[in-house]
Design a protein. Structure first.
Ligand code: NAD
Ligand code: MG
Length: 297
């Protein structure tokens, strides 16, 4: 899909219904029928992140790709961590290089501690430092009709991927960060309005809010590193078609006051804002809801 058709934000993106697309984890953007809009035609950079180095987990697709595009157009080099969606990651790499910046792809499972270390080590080996860590990778299991159906393996995988990896990557990165660096996490409206059918996921997103508030208070005075989180509402990405049933996919986004889902392009600017000291120098430990009007708390 192309750029904005109008100045009216209600119409910035595809309106429902969506086709009843279904994929299994990890979904790929390559196999989506309705392609997410990353801002290819619309995002204009202003050197806000000139020569910074950013790690973006889950940067192959969805929100992560929109952040990679925005960061590269703002002048940053990026390290893309992703599970195994190699074609999607290559497309993100193409977008970054097209913006004249360097990219490093690091596939692998962040549920493993050794892989978290590998992402940080490879980033430092290639670029010599880390200025921005975007903890955005996430696993959302299939929606179930009763929480007893969420087995231990899934519960652990959700926690390992969504919060333990974030915790560990932050611990491992901090020694490579100078004052002025930023950590930006992706939480969810699920932290505030949990859906019972994905309660494991919702609990991890609540933990991310607590993690962000606590770390934001700690690292800012101690190291001059700001820590914030974006809490998205519904966004059209592979994660949706891999975890929600067809009927929910079709109506995806209609629960928002604005009656539509977001597109990934509607997240890039917020991640730039929270990474850029000139823009957000007094903001740390904050949650920025981008939900189409649904209040967070
Ligand atoms: P996405 O599927 O495009 O991105 C998630 C990425 O996480 C995947 O590309 C995958 O490579 C990566 N990933 C998953 N498990 C991993 C693992 N174990 N190791 C390494 N990488 C792993 O979907 P998205 O919607 O852009 O998701 C990005 C973030 O946004 C997630 O944290 C998600 O929870 C959050 N979020 C999404 C929505 C939404 O409606 N799409 C709403 C709220 C929050
Ligand atoms: Mg992906």
């Amino acid at each position: 899909m192309g750029g904005h058709d109008t100045d009216d934000p209600r119409k910035f993106a595809q309106e429902p219904p969506f086709p009843k697309e279904q994929q299994s984890f990890p979904g790929t953007e390559k196999n989506m029928d309705v392609k997410p809009d990353y801002g290819y035609d619309t995002y204009v950079g202003h050197n806000k992140l000139k020569d910074k180095v950013a790690i973006i987990t889950g940067g192959d697709s969805g929100i992560g790709r929109a952040v990679a595009l925005a960061y590269a157009r703002e002048g940053a080099d990026v390290v893309i961590s992703y599970l195994n969606e190699h074609d999607d990651a290559k497309e993100t790499a193409r977008v970054v290089e097209e913006a004249g910046r360097q990219v490093l792809l690091v596939p692998g499972d962040l549920a493993e501690d050794s892989h978290c270390q590998k992402v940080v080590d490879e980033a430092v080996k290639k670029f010599g430092r880390i200025d921005i860590l975007v903890n955005n990778a996430g696993f959302q299991g299939d929606q179930v009709d009763d929480f007893t159906k969420i087995d231990r393996q899934r519960l652990e995988y959700a926690f390992k991927t969504n919060i333990i990896a974030m915790f560990r990557l932050s611990q491992m990165s901090v020694e490579h960060m100078k004052p002025g660096s930023a950590i930006i996490n992706t939480s969810s409206i699920q932290a505030y309005k949990p859906s019972p059918g994905i309660l494991d996921y919702a609990c991890t997103k609540g933990a991310i809010v607590a993690f962000t508030k606590g770390l934001g208070m700690d690292l800012f005075p101690k190291h001059g590193i700001r820590v914030n989180t974006v809490a998205p509402g519904p966004v059209w990405t592979p994660l949706i078609v891999e975890s929600f049933p067809a009927e929910k996919v079709e109506k995806f986004g209609t629960q928002t006051p604005v009656n539509r889902a977001a597109m990934p392009k509607e997240y890039g600017p917020a991640f730039v804002f929270l990474a850029c000291n000139e823009d957000s120098s007094m903001i740390s430990g904050e949650v920025l809801g981008i939900t189409g009007g649904l209040p967070l708390a």
